[in-house]
Design a protein around this ligand. Sequence first.
Ligand code: HQG
Length: 180
Amino acid sequence: MDDKRAIKVSKYLSRHLRHQPERIGLTLDAQGWVDIDDLLRATAAQGFALTRDELDHVVAANDKRRFTVDGDRIRANQGHTVPVDLGLPPAEPPAYLYHGTVGHALSSIRAEGLRPMDRHHVHLSPDRETATRVGARRGSPVVLSVDSGAMHRAGHTFHVSANGVWLTDTVPPEFLRLPG
Ligand code: HQG
């Protein structure tokens, strides 16, 4: 499979395993899983034919390890907008985590901190390079440092997804270091 097709399949899977399963007649279970045969039947019915081998290739080769296959089922590792409980245990974060955003969001972030917006959690990266890539999806990236150690000591809960994204409910402004 060429890279272009793999990206297209990954985007298609993200859309339907995180945001709009009902669009192709799928229902995620409470933990976000769907039966792979049901998924392949649904995609074929939509004219987006995908084989099990192609699916396994995209899951294994995905740059961000966005999906987990467990036997007959698959789910997205994070990033949902539909209600799911991934069942991730609380985890102790490193002293600092990073968030990539763009300049026009800064005044609002300075006032109210980081909010999950449409997702279930604020997504934080373990390093500046990853955060820079996340911010660059929206424009010229700005990277904020998050004092996650202090947040943890103050009682905020963190989870880490199967692909290394750190998740928390909100980041109040006093735990953020903004540029400028
Ligand atoms: C911003 C991708 C104004 C926030 C990435 C971001 C990530 C605020 C946007 C994952 C704000 C939300 C998540 C506030 C937050 N005022 N703007 N108070 N609080 N924002 O896409 O973190 O490729 O929901 O800075 O790589 O950008 O999909 O979150 O710009 O891991 O696997 O509101 O999505 O992963 O945007 O990205 P998003 P995100 P995938």
